[in-house]
Design a binder for this molecule. Structure first.
Ligand SMILES: *Cc1c(COP(=O)(O)O)cnc(C)c1O
Length: 421
């Protein structure tokens, strides 16, 4: 559920007409709904009611400070994957003890920043990382709290580029080696083992792979405890999928996910951490764009938008589907016709949809990509020297620009010329 609905024939973001934002900031732009962000965060929080838990928002999905602060004020922790994300989370007011640090390639500098600034735990992904973190912690005279990310060798049944829990993926240590690796960690005085971490992929639409992975984590918890390790915390990762179309069967709800977690792991008495990203931000954001031209081709019509693959890469990168809707609600019974929806970037991959049925549109009309809040602005680039898209946050009847569009001068002046030129 989200808060982008038609009202009196016009698309609204909560209580603000989307066309009004477009007039104020120009297109393309991203717009997020505070109410939707909070609703999704709370669904997870409530789903884990009755067990000690922390919902750590995976901020790589959408990392604008205003989004982070909105969620942090509701009680969310953060899952970060780089020094930049760590510093963003801190800048948004998230205390270190609510930040978990994930990622396969943390550098010594990143470790130092988090250890001095405060951190809940590092989710360590390899033995070399363990050794480096141990050395960095000792050099600072401190001890780093860690979980070790295990790779459960489970097929997440999602797009290959976002599956992370099979043995051929780069993530975590093979679960079969976990006992040896935990023994290694216990010998390093700069580390303190606090739990286990697992994350098997993104946009999962079935609970079965999660349950398989979590059952393996439950078994491992018992084995590691028997070996003498203090396993008090289970970080279960993110990955629950969202409905990208209204016609498809909806993925499981956070409530079902929470119930499954309690059923599979509740008896262990551990604190549970989850790291949802997409499900919190995905349906809380739209990408709004204008039609530049409608161009008739051979046997097809192209809808050429002012948004492109650099603004929303998911269709080009993951063959992802986004519903595209007009900002002016079509009259009931309006006949639809198929369009190839494309951007202006000079690549054939800059195609959002092929043969998509839409009500007739013309140059200057506004359209919105639904479910664009996660991995949208976060993955945007300036390819083709197109300025990064601005971001807007709506709350009730208010809206604010939370990242403005850079000027062309700002973009150009980031480059510098060598003295010999
Ligand atoms: C990307 C990622 C997440 C979030 O995944 P979603 O599918 O957006 O919920 C959580 N944890 C880790 C370690 C990740 O890499």
């Amino acid at each position: 559920m989200d808060h982008f609905l038609y009202r009196d024939g016009a698309l609204y973001a909560e209580d603000v007409p989307v066309a009004e934002i477009a007039a104020a900031v120009g297109t393309p732009f991203y717009v997020y709904s505070t109410a939707t962000l909070l609703r999704h965060y709370r669904l997870f929080d409530e789903a884990l009611d009755g067990v000690p838990h922390l919902v750590c928002y995976a901020m790589k999905a959408a990392g604008n400070l205003a989004i982070l602060k909105t969620l942090a004020e509701a009680g969310a922790g953060m899952d970060v994957v780089s020094q930049g994300e760590y510093l963003r989370a801190r800048a948004a007011g998230v205390p270190g003890e609510k930040i978990v640090f994930s990622g396969v390639g943390k550098t010594a500098e990143e470790m130092r920043t988090a250890l001095t600034g405060g951190i809940r735990q590092f989710n360590v992904e390899s033995e070399p990382e363990m050794e480096l973190l141990n050395a960095v912690a000792l050099s600072l005279g401190t001890v780093a709290p860690i979980t070790i990310r295990v790779n459960p060798d489970v097929d997440a049944k999602t797009h290959a580029k976002i599956a992370t829990g099979k043995s051929e993926n780069k993530f975590g240590i093979p679960i079969s080696r976990a006992r040896a690796v935990y023994a290694h960690a216990a010998r390093l005085p700069g580390l303190k083992v606090v739990g286990i971490d697992v994350h098997i992929g993104s946009q999962l639409t079935d609970l079965a792979p999660f349950e398989q992975a979590y059952a393996k984590v439950a078994e491992l918890t018992e084995a590691l405890r028997a070996d003498g390790h203090g396993i008090d915390r289970l970080d279960l990762g993110g990955g629950l999928g969202i409905p990208y179309t209204r016609s498809n069967v909806a993925p499981p709800l956070p409530t079902d996910y929470g119930a499954m977690i309690k059923r599979t792991l509740g008896h262990l008495g551990c604190e549970i951490e989850i790291e949802p990203g997409r499900l919190i931000a995905g349906n809380a954001g739209l990408l709004v764009s204008s039609v530049i031209f409608v161009k008739s081709g051979e046997g097809r019509d192209f809808l050429i938008l002012d948004a492109a693959m650099n603004d929303l890469i998911r269709p080009a990168m993951y063959d992802a589907h986004h519903d595209i809707i007009p900002v002016v609600e079509p009259a009931p019974g309006t006949e639809q016709r198929p369009y190839d929806v494309v951007g202006p970037v000079c690549e054939t991959g800059d195609t959002f949809a092929r043969g998509r049925d839409l009500p007739p549109v013309k140059s200057g009309d506004l359209v919105a990509f639904r479910s664009a809040g996660a991995y949208g602005a976060a993955m945007a680039s300036e390819y083709n020297a197109r300025p990064l898209v601005p971001e807007v946050l709506v709350k009730g009847d208010q809206f604010a620009v939370i990242r403005r569009r850079p000027t062309f001068d700002e973009m150009i002046n980031r480059d510098s010329l060598p003295s010999w030129l």
